[in-house]
Design a protein around this ligand. Structure first.
Ligand SMILES: [Zn+2]
Length: 251
């Protein structure tokens, strides 16, 4: 067998692994940023609810104060009413007392509304706090796990790149140049296995003279359709190009 064929196959495996690792190393930090941003948005939402709750408490304190003021005013008015000299004065004080009573009633109603609102807010804040605590733990674990994974990937990538350097020293320059050229035009997949007289990458049926030569295994041969370097192998590969486009014997 042509000695470059097994090397090219090995090189393809190594290059696929390099690509997988490179993609994963790029993807993992984006994943971390995503879960951290989500956590931050939940923290912001909780702070907003807590601020609304604080505002609600402040409003209720102010309304309590308002009621006290009206109550004080009413007791003064009652004293003044008792000292009224005329009916007109008496009625005026009475009217003012009525007004204060009404204001107190309205304020009490508002306090009740605020209390109902506060109850809902408090429940939400408590639920959100617990959920956030759990989410923080999950995020911390994910960050730890992902950081370890990236580090492992980087080590493996260095080792695989080293393997590649070793591999290409054993291949003839022309075959390496062919491999590199096809790899660039074919999304990083420069070799294809042949099964049932078909190129398993593009699904095209090979011409008989090509399959004959392949059987001999002496030459480096390429698919006449996709240009990939062919090898006979038992490895079953999924066709890379849409098989629905049909298989043709290349004329
Ligand atoms: Zn092909």
């Amino acid at each position: 067998m042509n000695p470059d064929i097994p090397i090219v196959r090995e090189l393809q495996l190594v290059d696929c692994r390099i690509r997988e690792l490179t993609e994963e190393i790029a993807r993992l930090p984006r994943y971390i940023a995503e879960i951290e941003n989500k956590l931050e948005s939940h923290e912001i939402a909780l702070s907003k609810d807590q601020a609304i709750l604080e505002e609600n408490r402040k409003d209720r304190r102010l309304m309590d104060g308002k009621i006290s003021t009206y109550e004080q005013k009413m007791s003064q008015l009652r004293v003044q009413m008792g000292e009224a000299k005329t009916n007109t004065q008496f009625r005026a004080f009475q009217k003012e007392i009525e007004f204060s009573k009404n204001e107190i009633r309205k304020t009490e109603d508002s306090i009740l509304d605020k209390m109902v609102e506060a109850e809902k807010l408090e429940t939400n804040v408590e639920i959100a706090k617990k959920a956030l605590q759990a989410e923080k733990q999950v995020v911390a674990k994910e960050v730890e796990r992902t950081t370890a994974r990236v580090s492992k990937d980087e080590h493996e990538l260095a080792a695989v790149r080293n393997d590649r350097e070793q591999l290409i020293t054993g291949i003839s320059p022309q075959v390496l140049a062919l491999y590199t050229r096809v790899s660039k035009t074919r999304q990083g997949v420069a070799v294809a296995s042949v099964s049932d007289e078909r190129c398993m990458a593009c699904n095209v049926v090979l011409r008989p003279h090509l399959t004959q030569k392949l059987r001999l295994g002496e030459e480096i041969l390429t698919c006449e359709s996709c240009g990939r370097i062919l090898y006979r192998g038992n490895l079953q590969e999924t066709p890379l190009e849409d098989p629905a486009s049909g298989s043709n014997i290349v004329a």
